[in-house]
Structure formats: structure tokens, C-alpha cells
Design a protein around this ligand. Sequence first.
Ligand code: URA
Length: 410
Amino acid sequence: MHVPSLIEKKREGDALADEEIRAIIADFTSGELPEYQMSALAMAIYFRGMSAEETASLTRAMLESGDVFSWPEGHPPIVDKHSTGGIGDKVSLVLAPLLACDEVWVPMISGRGLGITGGTLDKLEAIPGFNVNVSQSDALVQLEQIGVVMMGQTADICPADKKLYALRDVTGTVPSIPLIVASIMSKKLAESLDRLVLDVKHGSGAFMKTAENARALADAMRAVGESMGVRISTVLNPMDEPLGRAVGNALEVQEAIDTLHGDGPGDLVAITLDLASEVSNTSREQLQQWLNDGTAWNKFVAMVEAQGGDATCLDRYEEVHRAPICRTIEARENGTVSRVDAATIGHASLELGAGRAKADDTIDFAVGFSEIVKCDETVSEGDKIAAIHARTEADAERAERQFREGLTIG
Ligand code: URA
């Protein structure tokens, strides 16, 4: 293989053949193909794009760079959900145990938050003792017992994606649809799924700013998944205001606990049921009932216990992570809320310490926002429109200023 010719081929907008893509990914994973050539190729892909066939070849090559889950004969349907990420998105914490109330297995591999969007693994680790580093054999035992496991990507799953994502991150090549599709789908398809629902966000707090781009991403992910025999559903959801009323790791875990007790905010409950119904065997009404009658909650507790978490603290969870400052924000005028900007609140939450600026930063589980007012709600001057949880008064002051900048009451 003459790599410079392949880079030139893509630079000129020609399609790479399946065997060329496979050879590139194999050599890049082994270290034979240097990062400067892979960076140049990623940039050529960024500008020239890839056909559906090339994107499928790239996904398959990345998937085959590592281990894939194998399931025993006669296993129940293997189902999962992937979200392209948003602000206040704690759906996975509710949806995974809810789905497992049905006769399916949910081996959910999740990621960490980076930038303004939160990550499911960080939220799970806000539960004392919860272990997200689960081996494939332990995952299988847990699925046989309770039908759900929530874990991180192990070193053996899609090593090509790990290397390529790190390279894209520092070479301006993250926002490329074929590269995003191959990255996301290779990891999800490593779970050897039967059904996958994709929650593709668009708006200020999302990766894709417009519904049109979100649709293009959703269609490309669906094409790749279906070409590998997985039943794919796609749901587009706006991410202009935070999902639910809480943003910040422990605050979101608390909101998920409330939702699993049948007392969640309407938008979070609706999206969870929308997504779950796409991959479940059962009806939306039955799923709603399992949220309301404690069945999903019991499954969540079983999962926390199975993964070493302290389930006894879940009943008094607000005491586990309590930030020293809790500041109430009050409306300064009467009117109807027309904007609660997700990106602004995501940035403010990040600066409070809830997220990471770099992959190895530590995060503060306790900080963030709760009781956030929703769009279309009517408020009067003096009404509480959010609470800020902060380490210092200076942090709370800055977060209040930012929150007000993201708010429009008209
Ligand atoms: N999430 C991923 O896992 N990969 C991408 O490329 C983008 C989002």
C-alpha cells in the first residue's frame, strides 16, 4: 500500500476501496501508519466526505480493530440507545433499567463528558462505589442476572477509534459526518446489537446546530447500522434548552432517581418513553407503568448493587454531594420564558467544575444548576427560576450572570 497515493486519491474526491480502508485502519492501529499521514487523510475526508459504502467500510474496519461482544445461543434481543449528547441529558440512567424490565438485554457502553456536554459514566460515578470498568465476562454474568449493565469502553473495544478520535480532537477534524458515524457506530456495533435507537440532537447545546445536519447524521448512522443487520431507529430532538430541570452530575442523578420514582419532569419522561418504545418489545403504556410503579426503580437499584455502588445512599442522595453554596436565582420581571439557552448553561456548569476542559481534569459532582425554569412557563418577579450549586460565592456570582445572559423572559 502506498499511503501518499491514497491520501491524494481522497484529496481529489475519489472513493477509497474497501480493502484500502481496511489496510489503512489496520496499519494505523498497529502504529505502522504514522499519525501525520492519518491526520492528512482525516482532513481530506473532512473536506471531501465519504460515500455510504466508504463510511460502512470505515466503520467495519474500526469495529474489527478490537473485540466484539459475543452472546450465548438463544439470548434475548440485545438493545441499546445512543445520544449524540446534550445538556442535562440523563436519559440513559432512566432508560437502561427501564428497558431491562422487559425481556431484553441492555449492555450499554457509555462515554465521559467532554466540553459542555455531560457523560453518563461521570454521572454513574457520582454514585459512591459504582464501578464502570466491567469486563466482557462480568458484563455477561450481570446481563444473565438482571438484564442491564452500564459500562465504559474497555481498552479492547475499537482501539482504532480511540487513536483516531484523539487525533481528530487536535487536528480540527471532529465535525465530519463520516468520521463521526464510524466513531459512534463502531463502538455501538461492538455490542453485537439487534436493535439500536439513535437520539440525534440539534440546537444550541448540541453538536449539530441545525435539524438538517442532524437528519443527515441520523440517516448516515442508520445506513451503516442497517448494512450490518441491526434494526436502527432514529429520533431527532431539539437541544435548545436543557433536558429536565437539572444540569450537573449529582443533580442529574437526583433527577433520574425522581424520574424512576414516577416523579420526573415532563420532557425527560416523554423523551425516555419515546426512545424506549423504539427498541422495547412492549408498549409505551407498560413502560410508563414500570416507571410509575417502582419496577424500573428496583431494576436500577439492582444494577447499582451489582456494580458495587452503595444503593443505601440513594434514598438520601441529596446529602451525598452537597455544594457549600446554594444560591437561588429569582426572576426580575413578569412574563413568559422564551429562552433558557442550553449552551450557555452548559458552559456555566462547566466553569462551576461539573465538566472537563481536558480529558484528565477531575470533576466536581456536587456543582451545577437545579430547578431550572422551562420555556413557555410564566413567571412573576421574585419567583425562583433556578438554584446554583457552587464551591465559592465568586463561582455562584459568575454562574448567575451567565444564567441570566442565557435567559429571555418576554
Ligand atoms: N462521539 C463519538 O464517540 N465520536 C465522535 O466522533 C463524535 C461523538
